[in-house]
Ligand binder design. Sequence first.
Ligand SMILES: NC(=O)c1ccc[n+]([C@@H]2O[C@H](COP(=O)([O-])OP(=O)(O)OC[C@H]3O[C@@H](n4cnc5c(N)ncnc54)[C@H](OP(=O)(O)O)[C@@H]3O)[C@@H](O)[C@H]2O)c1
Length: 316
Amino acid sequence: MSEITRRKFLGASLIGGATILAGGLPRLVSATERSTSSFTIGGDLNVNRLGFGAMRLTGEGIWGWPPDRENAKKVLKRALDLGVNLIDTADAYGPEVSELLIAEALHPYPKGLVIATKGGLTRPGPGQWVPDCRPQHLTEAIDKSLKRLKVDRIDVYQLHTVDRHVPIEESLGAIKAARDAGKIRHVGLSNVDVKEIERARKVVPIVSIQNRYNISDRDSEDVLKYCEKEKMGFLPWAPIGGSGHGALSRSNSLEEEAKRRNVTSVQLGLAWLLWKSPVMLPIPGTSKIEHLEQNMAAAKIQLSDDEWKKIESARA
Ligand SMILES: NC(=O)c1ccc[n+]([C@@H]2O[C@H](COP(=O)([O-])OP(=O)(O)OC[C@H]3O[C@@H](n4cnc5c(N)ncnc54)[C@H](OP(=O)(O)O)[C@@H]3O)[C@@H](O)[C@H]2O)c1
């Protein structure tokens, strides 16, 4: 991390940290300590575990351009200032808009930035998501993502979903061919169960899984455990409960616990994820700089194992 970036990060630490300190509880970790909370994807892509999800930068219904395009680009730049070096996106966000915005805001990309995109979902209209994981579609989608992102090789390409009309082996076959051609560095999966992961791994090495997971929704616990065992990254989507961060803000026990500690329930939920597993790579999404700063400050909340266990059991 460059000196200027570190200074900016520490500046942001104080924004979030002031309230955290006022609570007298979590100790602030320094930038150096924080860098130990990293994870290496696929054996060679070292990332800070708190990433950024770029889905919320698009228009209403994850459709079209955002009302304030310049603000969306500022959010992306600020994320990097704050130490983010893992950005999650997909061709389906917008569609196309999220990938285009990332390139507009950040290209030429700084060394070490990892962009993980996805393919396999199409968008007939706002709020609509239709799987298409046929090999032909994926082959074309990969080439289009390369162009939009302005890269020669995609760092992590994730199969967005499993298409019930197409065996996962066939979808992965197209992604493997693109990997063999040098268009993709690593392959990930999204919205899968353990059996599907095992089938996919017979076709091509898999480095990461992206499933819905947060303190209020732990249906993918078995997949998380599998990732830990196999040293694969786990990117929980909806890490703070998704749209309107509904699930977390409606959680009274989490809200009370957060108040007591002078942090927000969103911050507590994110910090819990980071504590929960060393392979956890949360990708909270926001369209607002203020929220981004709050989310990044969550990495500094440090509680004892006993305290976290109490918090998570209140949520179970
Ligand atoms: N693989 C998949 O199928 C899949 C599905 C969904 C999402 N994803 C990925 O996962 C990422 C995260 O998922 P997500 O966006 O659905 O859920 P999320 O990150 O849990 O929540 C995002 C929502 O929370 C709000 N928010 C963010 N920070 C906040 C804060 N500090 N205080 C209050 N509200 C806050 C955002 O609104 P504001 O804009 O107002 O901050 C937004 O509505 C996406 O960006 C995308 O990359 C993947």
